[in-house]
Design a binder for this molecule. Structure first.
Ligand code: ATP
Length: 503
């Protein structure tokens, strides 16, 4: 798995998907640049989301709010006081950790031990195996799972009560985590606010402290009434937005999984109080379906229902994805009650209410939100798509099986040789197709090597122009996944490609 992850990172760089930020200065931690192909894949994921959320829902509209917001926004939302993570340093190794993540990782290791025991039993008993019976029968597995649960419960309790001393005690008791395993030399655990602060305005006395937004949601809440009135929206309705968010993450690792500058795709759905649970269930199901529609494999997704809820929520679940480093949060679905709108009413002194014509009364709506990280989506898609295959002749090929609708380039047009007028025909085909799709031209190297290069780039189709093309206006079209080739007429190309790549 570690190797797979390394491959993902190096493939992303080698094939122009993702570069470390300011690499000539040795990069900037947890900040990345999207390269020529990465920007296309990212744009396509964003559009795929936007189409499903905005275009396909009559009662959802989009906005694009500014990154800078009035500083009171973050007081009202609770971010100034509570948007922090517990931090701990190891004095020997001089390494800094997020205390809760350290403990959760440890619990996950215990979980993996339990899973391995179960796998072993499965291998022994075959199909007759019944997991539940085994778990109750087998003390070892039971022991592991209990240990894991106890640790997580104690962590949750300590964080809820703001008992940071107990978080530290838990870390020490567990003797946690390489490379500091067994080390006792920890600092106290303290809360660290994740917002980046800056200033607006030049003169010293008028300058105002600002934050870079740590989530896009607040731009939607403060615009709730503007959109509702100008769009004549009736509850229930949603506002969607994609855009950058910034968090000074304590430990940034795992490539684009946890970045300091990242992009979110969020939708806040405003509902009548009391009806939130039915929409919460609807959006959980609808969002999972959206993920499954990409065809990356049902087994790679699971729900994680939160027992411990944030101060603003009355229900919350994550859609977790099987990343190269295990199942982790990809998207959150939260029932946020009227916490945000009420808080903004209080801090701004302005009403943020919906007037219900049927009952002739006003109320503050409840909110159900869906929030997915665009970069995490990118990593999910890219890491599952990257595959090494052994072919019938024993050779191997690297193929990036991106869902065709998301692929940066839909087709590469290749003249078999660089003469006899074949390049000219290839360019004519490109001139025609480029109105509808991103298409590439490649004439360098033998055609077999060009196919492999397009496979590694994730291009779903290769179109090859050969001498027969001059005679009868046909070309071969090769499919990335099956490597099958068929002979088709040039005038059919548009339809063949569009049937497979349209959103
Ligand atoms: P985590 O527990 O992983 O820190 P979170 O629960 O803080 O995430 P939310 O605040 O619910 O995340 O944000 C919604 C989504 O935004 C997440 O599901 C994730 O996809 C994305 N996201 C959050 N933080 C980051 C980050 N630092 N880098 C990339 N994506 C992120």
């Amino acid at each position: 798995q570690e190797d797979l992850f390394k491959n993902v990172v190096s493939h992303a760089k080698e094939y122009g998907y993702i570069f470390p930020s300011s690499e000539i200065y040795d990069g900037l931690s947890a900040v990345y640049d999207y390269a020529q192909n990465g920007v296309e894949l990212k744009k396509n994921i964003r559009e795929y989301w936007w189409k499903a959320m905005v275009q396909m829902h009559e009662n959802i509209v989009g906005i694009d709010a500014a990154i800078f917001m009035h500083p009171t926004t973050w007081k009202a939302s609770g971010h100034v006081d509570a948007f922090s993570d517990p931090l701990i340093d190891n004095k020997d190794s001089k390494k800094r950790y997020r205390a809760d993540v350290l403990i959760e990782d440890y619990a996950e290791k215990i979980n993996i031990k339990a899973q391995k025991e179960i796998e072993k039993a499965k291998a022994r008993f075959g199909d007759a195996f019944n997991e539940e019976e085994f778990v109750t029968a087998n003390e070892r597995v039971k022991g592991y799972l209990e240990q894991k649960n106890t640790i997580l419960q104690r962590l949750a309790r300590s964080l809820e009560n703001d008992n940071l001393a107990d978080v530290k005690a838990l870390i020490e008791e567990l003797g946690i985590a390489c490379p500091d395993s067994g080390s006792k030399n920890w600092t106290e655990v303290r809360q660290f606010n994740l917002m980046f602060a800056t200033k607006i305005g030049a003169s010293a006395d008028t300058a105002m402290d600002l934050y870079l937004r740590p989530e896009t949601a607040q731009g939607i809440f403060v615009n709730f009434l503007n959109v509702q009135k100008t769009g004549r929206m009736k509850i229930p309705f949603g506002i969607a937005q994609t855009g950058k968010a910034f968090r000074n993450e304590i430990v940034a690792r795992q490539f684009i999984f946890r970045m300091r500058e990242f992009e979110q795709m969020e939708m806040q759905f405003f509902v009548k109080p009391g009806e939130e649970m039915q929409y919460y269930d609807y959006w959980k199901e609808t969002r999972l379906k959206w993920h499954l529609s990409l065809g990356l494999g049902k087994e790679n997704y699971r729900f994680h229902d939160h027992e411990k809820l944030a101060h603003y929520a009355n229900a919350a679940a994550d859609i977790e994805f099987n990343f190269p480093f295990g199942f982790k949060e990809l998207e959150g679905i939260h029932s946020r009650t009227d916490f945000d709108l009420k808080a903004h009413e209080e801090h701004s002194g302005k009403k943020l209410q919906f007037f219900d014509n049927d009952t002739n009364s006003s109320y503050v709506p409840y909110v159900v939100e869906t929030s997915v990280g665009l970069d995490r989506m990118f990593l999910a898609v890219f890491s599952k798509a990257l595959q090494e295959e052994t072919l019938e002749d024993g050779s191997t090929r690297t193929v990036l099986r991106l869902p065709s609708v998301l692929a940066p380039t839909k087709a590469a047009v290749l003249p078999l040789v660089k003469k006899d007028g074949l390049p000219e025909i290839a360019k004519e085909i490109i001139e025609d197709l480029k109105w509808d799709f991103n298409v590439a031209y490649d004439e360098k190297d033998a055609v077999g090597r060009r196919y492999r290069r397009q496979d590694a780039l994730g291009t779903p189709f290769c179109i090859t122009v050969d001498h027969q093309t001059i005679e009868d206006k046909t070309v071969t079209i090769r499919h990335r996944d099956t490597m099958k080739q068929e002979r088709v007429t040039i005038s059919d190309l548009r339809k063949i490609i569009s049937d497979e790549v349209s959103m």
